[in-house]
Design a protein around this ligand. Sequence first.
Ligand code: IMP
Ligand code: MG
Length: 172
Amino acid sequence: MKTLLSANAIQQSVASLAAQIERDYEGQPLTIVGVLTGSLMILADLIRHIDMPLRVGLIQASSYRGRTTESDSLQIGARMLTDLAGRHVLLVDDIFDTGRTLAAVLEELGHENVASLRTAVFLWKEGRQVVDILPDYHCFKIPNVFVVGYGLDYDDEFRNLPFVAELEESER
Ligand code: IMP
Ligand code: MG
């Protein structure tokens, strides 16, 4: 596997994202909602860097099934959320690929009475989008390759890697 982003580079980028979020949401009631399962690494690292009161929620969305690297049906699953009414909600996901997942979760949470709704993604895969929304925050833009690590999986494995690597066709 070829390392694309080192653990060090990731930690620096997540810390600077946290600083930006602190500045933008200072004094506001913030709820950070992680999209399971891929966001678990960035979620845990990001929130421990944010030095202000906040709430954390989780929502499950799955698009990739088993060993396939192309998404088929998208499902929104369990919601572990406290009341979002009046809250500034920041949705956090692992990767902005086709964008269908973020668009669907945004639509889902848009029905709540939120004060604002924005998105942050760890990775933004260029040239793949089929939706007309863009993430408000991101850590890295990457080319159109299949990556694993730092929350991202292939067949539910590799999420635990502290770095991001490219998984080539022959390795799948
Ligand atoms: P989207 O709905 O097409 O934007 O895809 C979102 C989901 O697809 C992500 O949350 C990931 O779980 C998965 N995904 C997209 N690209 C990759 C990748 O390169 N590696 C691992 N998972 C990916
Ligand atoms: Mg996945």
